[in-house]
Design a protein around this ligand. Sequence first.
Ligand code: ATP
Length: 303
Amino acid sequence: MQDTVAIHTEHLSKRYGRTEVIAPLSLTVASGIVFGYLGPNGAGKTTTIRMLSGVLPPSSGTGTVAGASLSDPEAVKARIGYANQAASVYGDLTVEENVRFKAALYLRPRDVGPAVNATLERLGLARWRAHKAAQLSGGWRQRLCIGTAVVHEPRVLFLDEPTAGLDPVARRDLWDVIYDLTASGTTVFVTTHYMDEAERCQELALLADGHLLAQGTPQQLRAQLPGVRYALRTPHLAETLHAARALDGVTGAWIIGDEVRVVADDARTATVLARLGELREVTPSLEDVFVAYAGPTRSEVRA
Ligand SMILES: Nc1ncnc2c1ncn2[C@@H]1O[C@H](COP(=O)(O)OP(=O)(O)OP(=O)(O)O)[C@@H](O)[C@H]1O
């Protein structure tokens, strides 16, 4: 039977010289889910993934990934898959050769052929098998990248910004691949800057400046957010924006489309806001959550 926990770390940290890039991180990720790891540029997402993949030695702390201890990086590498934009696909090799190359690293020779065929079928890559990887579109190349990372059937798959630069259709197709993988028991640990993709994850963690700030389901993260959010419909967007920002109890205001969005400390501000336009309360989006935790001021939820 598979463990119910795919990843567990205790006080895992990374320093470069005196700079602490990942503050002691204690994280638990359940098996078989899509786990989203969010944070602004430079937050430490890739560094975390590299530590959890056995590629980068942590400065301190312990952890297990897919049942293997991080103190045994080769065991970790054999049980995980890691796909990122920079890695893994050789343009001069065919699709099949790319997958075969990776399979040969981890599988017994007699298992390679069947595993390659199964992976090409599973990811819909079979019809491209004889094509050079360089000839593939971005979406298919990314699929191939994932194919090379899962050919040895890892229990945990790390995907570092798998959909960066893809068009919306290719992004959606790639998420179908991700769900297919979790349906067969793989735990997928994915980083993304797209909030609609964060919404697709069963659980999320939010990192900023190397600190884990929050963890939970998208719903829990929205519910934990302090303050009340309103939309103000008005023909005078700029004036209303400035008026709202000047009010006591308003912590943020910005324009979205033909509305002014306002964050207030509590519902007492509603009476005054209602004088500025047609007011309705809105539920926070994950973008609201992200900005509150990791945005420039971080005043809303951080001490
Ligand atoms: N080898 C290194 N030496 C020194 N600092 C490093 C090294 N690698 C990464 N860093 C620093 O660690 C921090 C975290 O980088 P990391 O790439 O993990 O962030 P990230 O969250 O993945 O960012 P992005 O979203 O831009 O990919 C950054 O400030 C980066 O400059």
